[in-house]
Design a protein. Sequence first.
Length: 220
Amino acid sequence: MFKIVLRAVTAAALLALPTATPATAHAAPAAETLPLTDGVALLPLAVESRDGYQRTAFKHWVDADRDGCNTRAEVLIAESRVEPTVEVGCRVTAGEWYSYYDGVTVTAPGGLDIDHMVPLAEAWDSGASAWTAERREAYANDLDAERSLVAVTARTNRSKADQDPAEWLPPLLDTRCTYAADWVSTKLRWQLAVDDRERAALADIAAGCGQQDVEFEPAP
């Protein structure tokens, strides 16, 4: 959970935020908080299909706000526990990151992957195959929700690959409730479905997670 706080604090320190919202701005979708068990139950159930999937269907690591930093760099900057070293071209060369999947601290960004909490292939299976290319790009570069993208050690990200929680969980046992909540919040945010095995695995985890909550804001 501390990664969420750190990202928010770092982002606040690095960005000049507007002090007022224009009267004509549209209201953002309301954020929701509910127990993890309820979040799991709320996920739509559907048979998954990977037919037609290609990773290139999700354009990622773009510079959506055109500030010179792509999505990978934005996450590295936001999640570093110290002020990161950022060189010309928004090349992040040093910092300190905590990979919550395995409890490892990393200081060289080359040892990190930016993990899509719900992998691109899993998102495709779960409903993204029907999305427009623009929505898939928004999903793959979702910087508006702290749980969508996370800096973790490359070895854990590659061990996870495109597997769901019925097939893979973080090796650090103490983080599995957080991981399940992050997974569920991402699927609820993007209205992605689960299959039978995935729901059963999430329900089993949630049953042992006490007061763990799920927090999410529906994607625009």
